[in-house]
Structure formats: C-alpha cells, structure tokens
Design a protein around this ligand. Structure first.
Ligand code: ADP
Ligand code: MG
Length: 381
C-alpha cells in the first residue's frame, strides 16, 4: 500500500500527521527445521511482505492503535500503569511488546499508531513476529531506548512467550529484525550469532500454503522436544548439537523413536551448513538434493509431515524438475512448503501444481512469490 495513502489514513484517524514509520518483514525458513530448540542451525530469509507501523509520539502516556487490517477495531492503553491484556486480540500484540519492555525497566512514552501489513496472517509467514519487531522498533525510536535489533528480537520473543502464551523460538523475530534485502540469515541457535548469506540473484522464493487444517500441533511439538531431550541425555550431551550421526547410530540406549528424532536433528544441521555453501555458489542442483533430503527426513525420521504437504512437495518437485527445489517449511502437521526456483518456473507451479493439488486433496492452496526483503527499518518523514 502507498505511503501517501497510509499517511492520509493516519491523519484522518488522529487529526495530526504521522512523524515516522517502523516496518519489519515476515519470513520463511529455507532449511533447518526443528533444529532451533536443539541449539542447532536455521536458515530463514525475510520476505518482501512487510508490517508497517506509522507513529507519532504523544505528550502523555497513552498508546492508541488502529490497524487497517482490522477496520473498525482499535485499542488504547496507558504505559504509566501495569499493562494487562485487553479486549482486542491483535491489540494484545502491541500491549505484549510494551509489557516486556516495561518489565525490563525501560521507560516508555505515549504514541498514536496505525498498522498496515501485506504479510498474510496465520499462514506460517510470521505476521506476529513482523508486528512485534515493528512495534519494538517504534518504541525504540519514540522512547529512545537505544536497543539493538537483536535485543528488540528477544523482546518480541518474550512478548509472544510471556504475554501471548505462545512458546515460539527466536528465529522469526531475529530474522525479521536483522535480515537484509536479497539475503538469507544463518542463525546459530546455540549463541544467536548470525551470518548473512546472499541469495542467488537468479532464484525466487515461492511459498505454497497447503491450507490443510492443522491439528494436534502443540502436543506433537512437545513430544518431539521431549524425545530430543531424552536422546541428548542418553547420548551424554547437553543438546543434540553436541553429538554426531555416528554416535546416534551406535548408541544402544536410544529407543527406535529417539534414534529417528535425533538422526533428523543431527543430519538437518549438516544440511543447513551445506545449504549455505550451495546458496553462496548458486548451486541449484545441490539445493535440490538438500531440500529433498530435509523433507524426507521430516517425513520419515521426524514424522511431522502430512499427506497434503508430502503431496504438495512431490507435485512441486516434479513440476520444477532441475529448475527448482522444494520442501515443507515450518513446524509441520500442515502449513506451507517452500520452493527455490527460476522465475520462469513460477507459472508451472501456478498452472499445474495448484490444480493437481486441489484435485488430489480437495484443498485450494495459496501461492506467494517472494524475494528477501530488508529487516527492521525505522524512518522519519
Ligand atoms: P502467523 O505469525 O503465522 O502469521 P500468528 O497466529 O502467530 O500467525 O499471528 C497472527 C496474529 O498476529 C493475528 O491474529 C493478529 O492478532 C496479529 N497481527 C498480524 N498482523 C497484524 C496486522 N497487520 N494488524 C493487526 N494485527 C496483526
Ligand atoms: Mg506467529
């Protein structure tokens, strides 16, 4: 949406001009699934879909917020008082960020806010992290908190964990805050160190949401985490990052299930590092192999795929042939798949994969063509 239109909307709502905009992108994980809570590697990239927060500081301690994505609903709260959940479901994300900043001793000030976003919501592209990081960036500027993008990412994660009651890892907020245009971001979840990895200029990122109704996600996720912890303990290491495939194959204490779960995590970490090199050298053949292996491992060893995402990946791999790579992305049990492919192959995905998927699974999939966008940006007009 045009900035002039957004600025006009802001003025119409608040009868004063916005003084700046904080914006942050959604993300997709290219490879490195279920490795984050095992101190491993992940390789997400930002998207060119962004959440924008237009702002103007107020002289009092009141936060007023509207979202063009939720017309007719607004939220209002004071940062001079302890912050509690309010009546607006989405307004609570704004409160959540204010809450964790305040809890850490930061002094906030009031502001008028207008949110607008083209990050699809609930599609696994992390519209929530984009919102948290943009709101954090806004507070950082308006209240002059002098926090780094990584600190803002950690506050975003705390907001989601401690106020919204969603136990997400740090990947989404970290890449939304620190990502760069045309780059993926290698994150070492052991120490949160990051490394930008240039995306091959000839490839686009295509995300296809299976729209398969997700169920049992939380309980299955917890079971995977527990199995990984149990496996690490039997292997005598603090996390699965500290072990090898050889140790996993030969340890006699591991149950069959624990061995499979550990094998996925340890092999996935190796694939992430190989994928970094493949991206750097623009080696699409290697990326195809690594992403196919990742999917296979999530299917066979980690058992988090469903027939719909398996089918979508298979159809995409067949349609792309040598011109692209595909695998499921996100926690699994439905959700989206991610493809890296030549721009001319996008039409094949649209015209052949989407209808075939509909025919086989009775579901209409959504397709998004993306490039890697800039991480958190705060600009004054
Ligand atoms: P995901 O992060 O996968 O998109 P979540 O359920 O974690 O899905 O987050 C979606 C929620 O984030 C929405 O229900 C809404 O509360 C909030 N949100 C995201 N984008 C916006 C927006 N532009 N305006 C208001 N709230 C938003
Ligand atoms: Mg989310």
């Amino acid at each position: 949406m045009e900035f002039t239109f957004l600025a006009e909307q802001f003025s119409a709502i608040y009868h004063t001009a916005a003084e700046g905009v904080a914006s942050a992108p959604g993300r997709v994980n290219l490879i490195g699934e279920h490795t984050d809570y095992n101190d491993g590697f992940v390789l997400p990239c930002t998207l060119n879909f962004r959440t924008k927060v237009l702002f103007k500081a107020r002289a009092d301690n009141v936060i007023k917020v509207h979202s063009l994505n939720y017309p007719g609903e607004s939220d209002c709260f004071s940062v001079a008082e302890p912050i509690k959940a309010g009546p607006s479901q989405w307004g609570n994300y704004v409160r959540a960020v204010a809450f964790v900043l305040q809890r850490a001793g930061h002094k906030l000030c009031g502001a008028d806010l207008l949110i607008e976003s083209d990050v699809p919501q609930g599609a696994g592209l992390s519209s929530s992290a984009a919102l948290e990081v943009a709101i954090g960036g806004m507070f950082n500027s308006v209240a002059q908190l002098k926090l780094t993008p990584t600190q803002l990412a950690l506050f975003g994660q705390q907001a989601e964990n401690d106020f919204m009651d969603c136990q997400c890892g740090i990947m989404d907020q970290l890449v939304s805050a620190n990502g760069q245009s045309h780059h993926a971001l290698l994150i070492d979840c052991q120490d949160l160190s990051t490394q930008l990895v240039a995306m091959p200029t000839n490839l686009v990122v295509v995300i296809i949401n299976s729209n398969y109704p997700r169920k049992l996600v939380d309980s299955e996720y917890n079971q995977r985490r527990l199995a990984c912890e149990a496996a690490a303990k039997k292997l005598g290491v603090s996390s699965l990052r500290q072990t090898t495939l050889d140790a996993v194959e030969h340890n006699t204490l591991l149950s069959d299930v624990e061995r499979k779960r550990a094998r996925h995590v340890v092999s996935e970490n190796l694939r992430v590092i190989d994928a970094v090199q493949a991206l750097q050298t623009g080696d699409l053949a290697k990326l195809r192999t690594l992403m196919a292996q990742s999917h296979q491992s999530l299917h066979g060893d980690y058992e988090v795929t469903v027939a719909a995402t398996d089918g979508l990946v298979k159809l995409s791999q067949q349609a792309l042939g040598e011109n692209g790579a595909a695998r499921m992305t996100g926690g699994g049990f439905g959700g989206a798949i991610v493809c890296l492919c030549l721009p001319e192959s996008v039409a094949t995905l649209k015209d052949s994969v989407i209808p075939q998927y509909q025919q086989q699974f009775g579901l209409a999939a959504d397709l998004y063509v993306c490039t890697a966008g800039q991480g958190l940006v705060v600009q004054y007009f």
